[in-house]
Design a protein around this ligand. Structure first.
Ligand code: F7E
Length: 301
């Protein structure tokens, strides 16, 4: 982020404050708006369920309203050409207790957390503004997307940082929750490309974005430790405090629509992604003398 600060103009806005979003849209007069803001850490959504609903759910309404009001759109007045295009970051967590596998744009939702419920609200609302006001408003239903910039509370980064700490002798153990859950993990850079492609289409539509391949948390752990020449069984401890009140057991995307209509496909696979993250954290901790965790706040996730 720091490297690009010279090239971008930052404008304040808060998903809890309708007026600030209207002011930001009025000032910037954007061609495209990407709503990637949310309370996105699933366990926190049980601890702060109401706030999650406000930010992750109602926040979408406020961004859509800011665009609608600033574009002069009403139920009786359609947008003119040159309208602002809106992208909503929907989530595979909406599928939750999955009704079919792999999941497509047509798969019914069964969210398993206040986060998933809030995302489902934002998803339906985006569709509703498209249908009610003719807005170019679309959702990408993104499966887990990771990179060396991932927050330390999410499992991929927790594991890559944990492996680096063990490898460099700062820790002996890594405490994790449910090792038998499975996710369709991809590289965040590939997914950002998909978001942009979605807003370049002639017609607005929603797309599932994922790799179509699923792996267990246990596999992730085994591979990440192996990248550093370690055996996970010597270091991983299961800790019940990381088990969720309701789990999403297994997610797997069917990205056929994105492949066919956007020409999108992921370039980086699971093995390459895990190696990239472990190597980045080994470098980070080596260069920071083991103090990189200070940048991520609490280590207690
Ligand atoms: O958990 C299991 C955990 O927190 C993945 C967010 O970006 O992707 C993300 O949601 C799995 C779960 O991501 C630990 O129980 C085991 O089954 O990395 P995560 P998530 O909950 O799938 C979706 C698409 C989003 O939209 C979300 O915003 O890993 N797991 N042990 C653990 N997870 C964590 N965090 N920590 C553990 O110690």
């Amino acid at each position: 982020m720091r490297e690009i600060l010279g090239d971008v103009r930052l404008v304040r806005g808060d998903l809890l404050d309708q007026g600030s979003l209207i002011s930001a849209v009025e000032r910037v007069q954007p061609d495209e708006v990407y709503n990637l803001a949310a309370i996105s850490y699933v366990p926190m959504s049980w601890q702060q369920a109401e706030l999650t609903g406000e930010v992750t759910g109602l926040g979408v309404l406020r961004v859509l309203e800011a665009i609608r009001v600033c574009s002069g759109i009403s139920a009786s007045r359609s947008p003119s050409t040159g309208q602002i295009r809106f992208y909503q970051a929907s989530s595979s967590e909406m599928f939750g207790k999955v009704r079919e596998s792999p999941q497509t744009e047509q798969t019914p939702f069964h969210p398993r957390s206040p986060y998933g419920v809030a995302k489902a609200y934002g998803h339906h609302l985006t569709q509703n503004y498209r249908e009610s006001y003719g807005m170019f408003a679309v959702s990408g239903i993104l499966f887990n997307h990771e990179s060396p910039r991932r927050g330390a509370e999410f499992v991929t980064r927790k594991v890559s940082l944990g492996v680096a700490k063990v490898r460099l002798g700062y820790e002996r153990q890594l405490r994790l929750g449910n090792l038998s859950a499975s996710r369709d993990w991809g590289f965040a850079g590939d997914y950002v490309r998909a978001m942009h492609l979605m807003l370049q289409r002639d017609e607005p539509a929603d797309y599932v974005i994922g790799t179509g391949v699923t792996h267990g948390v246990g596999e992730l752990v085994e591979l990440a430790f192996a990248v550093a020449g370690l055996d996970w069984r010597d270091h991983v401890v299961t800790d019940a405090s990381f088990i969720r009140p309701a789990e999403v057991d297994r997610l797997c995307a069917n990205p056929a629509k994105a492949a066919g209509e956007l020409g999108w496909e992921p370039k980086i696979g699971f093995e390459e992604l895990v190696a990239m993250m472990v190597e980045a954290d080994l470098k980070l901790l080596t260069e920071s003398g083991g103090h990189a965790e200070d940048w991520f706040g609490s280590d207690a996730w």
